[in-house]
Design a protein around this ligand. Structure first.
Ligand code: CMX
Length: 145
């Protein structure tokens, strides 16, 4: 079902400060950033220098709005690990396979994720207390910058 661990998402209050911390402390570099209005986030993807394209990334997620999932997570937990994202080749097929096992998906249909990917989430209560994201990357992964 899963072809790779795509990224690990960290909720942060201040995206620019978090990028600077990851860069200055661990040497990670930003490969992509965007605003996703539907998800209510400002986000950035980071990786270790020299990592090949396709390697697992760190996603920093800052809230755009007070009613967003990330704002609620920060209110409840403070900053920290918020999600684990698995890469799949066909998100609808993955959704069907997980539903058949009795897991709840958060959305009826896939929504738009980072860089034009198609995403859905498994409810954390059905995945061992971890918010699991399913990510089907956009066709071209060449132009993620
Ligand atoms: N990881 C693990 N558990 C979580 C969680 C998380 N990120 N967020 C909530 N939970 C837990 C809560 O602690 C709660 O547990 P208890 O009942 O034991 O207290 C339970 O899940 C349900 O909580 P809830 O109050 O019913 O639901 P929330 O309003 O907190 O929403 C969730 C939780 C997962 C439905 C919501 O965060 C969501 O829709 N997430 C998907 C979208 C998202 O995260 N977008 C931001 C990232 C965008 C991107 O990746 O591109």
């Amino acid at each position: 079902l899963v072809t790779a661990i795509d990224h690990v998402g960290i909720a942060v209050a201040d995206l620019d400060a978090a990028i600077a911390f990851q860069r200055d402390t661990f040497g990670l570099e930003v490969t992509h950033s965007e605003v996703n209005e539907e998800q209510g986030v400002r986000e950035a993807m980071l990786r270790a220098p020299g990592d090949l394209s396709g390697a697992t990334q760190i996603q920093l997620l800052a809230p755009l709005r007070t009613d967003s999932a990330i704002a609620k997570f920060l209110d409840r937990n403070g900053p920290g690990l918020q999600q684990l994202a698995f890469r799949v080749t066909d998100v609808e097929a993955a959704m069907a396979a997980l539903r058949a096992k009795g897991l709840r998906l958060l959305y009826e249909e896939p929504r738009r994720g980072t860089a034009g990917s198609r995403i859905n989430f498994v409810h954390p209560k059905d995945a061992g207390g971890v918010l699991v994201e399913l990510v089907e990357p956009a066709e071209s992964t060449e132009d993620q910058n």
